[in-house]
Design a protein around this ligand. Structure first.
Ligand SMILES: C[S@@+](CC[C@H](N)C(=O)[O-])C[C@H]1O[C@@H](n2cnc3c(N)ncnc32)[C@H](O)[C@@H]1O
Length: 290
């Protein structure tokens, strides 16, 4: 069986030197589809990603709806091939306009028959801030699709992600606590604020990347769908959110990103994370030695 270290050296020999590398993390610059095709099968425990939505963002090349769906199918197939047999895939998708069909079509509708994984559940990520619409309801959700390779054998650490905000924690039935003392199941609707920008309202975690997902959502996914030391892949890593969340949780992470500015943003962010971690460790040691 391959160890995590083997997987990193395997990536290096297949893809060359990463653009950024540190303990437990490697980011490779380039097209994720081409790079994934170079890697051997069944090496990844968990893939989490948010691809371009084909909505005209600065990092996108506009495609027709059919081209976009076919492109998604080809990289999702690679993610499936790279996933271990008990591996998991979390896919964040939004909405786009399909000419003559609809103004806000969930992208997942287009991919329904193109994904070789087994769909466990669709999670609705609900957030507060966003655009205010006049001719339709203001959109306040995106989807996280939770896929597994094997419908029975896969990681699901519910106790790691229980919600401790229980209204009646001491309520009993037949002398037994009704609610799990670790908290309640967080349900399939998750409320986490979006990463905001702007003067006086910018999130602490904001980077210059235009489409960052929040660490809190990825943190929950990593905790429930992987174990310490597991290898996580994000083929569209952008500002490096998946990398930071993975490292915070003691996981290893491999990322791909086509845009060199974003690779730089992600590298800077991860370096910052390590620096802060070193600082906290030194301060704690110092406090304990006094
Ligand atoms: C929605 S953003 C991901 C943002 C990321 N989740 C974060 O929190 O920062 C999609 C990213 O995919 C990158 N990208 C687009 N096409 C790509 C490709 N073919 N291979 C690798 N990366 C690509 C874009 O440059 C962009 O940074």
């Amino acid at each position: 069986m391959l160890t995590q270290t083997d997987i990193f050296s395997l990536c290096r020999s297949a893809l060359g030197s990463p653009s950024y590398e540190a303990e437990g993390v490697a980011i490779f610059k380039g097209d994720c589809l081409e790079m994934m095709r170079e890697l051997p099968s069944e090496i990844i425990n968990l893939t989490i990603t948010s691809p371009p939505y084909n909505i005209g963002k600065e990092y996108e090349q506009k495609m027709s709806v059919a081209q976009y769906a076919n492109w998604c199918e080809s990289w999702i197939k690679e993610i499936h091939r790279l996933a271990k047999n008990d591996g998991t895939f979390w896919l964040n998708l939004g909405y786009f306009e399909v000419p003559e069909k609809g103004r806000a079509i969930p992208i997942s509708y287009l991919l329904w028959d193109k994904v070789p994984f087994y769909l466990m559940q669709e999670i609705v990520w609900n957030y507060g801030a966003g655009v205010a619409c006049k001719s339709m309801f203001s959109p306040r959700n995106e989807k996280f699709l939770w896929y597994v390779k094997d419908m029975v054998s896969h990681c699901f650490n519910l106790d790691e992600v229980r919600d401790p905000d229980v209204k009646y924690p001491n309520q009993k039935k037949n002398g037994k606590l009704k609610c799990n003392p670790l908290g309640k199941n967080p349900t399939d609707v998750w409320q986490f604020p979006k990463v905001t920008s702007g003067r006086d309202r910018s999130s602490d975690e904001r980077t210059p990347h235009p489409a960052q997902f929040p660490i809190a959502v990825i943190d929950r996914i990593i905790k429930c769908s992987s174990n310490e030391g597991d290898v996580i892949l994000d083929p569209f890593i952008g500002s490096g959110t998946t990398a930071e969340a993975a490292l915070r949780n003691g996981r290893k992470v491999i990322g791909f990103e086509i845009n060199s500015n974003y690779v730089e943003i992600a590298s800077y962010r991860i370096e910052n994370y390590f620096q802060t971690k070193r600082f906290i460790t030194t301060q704690t040691e110092l406090a304990l030695s006094i």
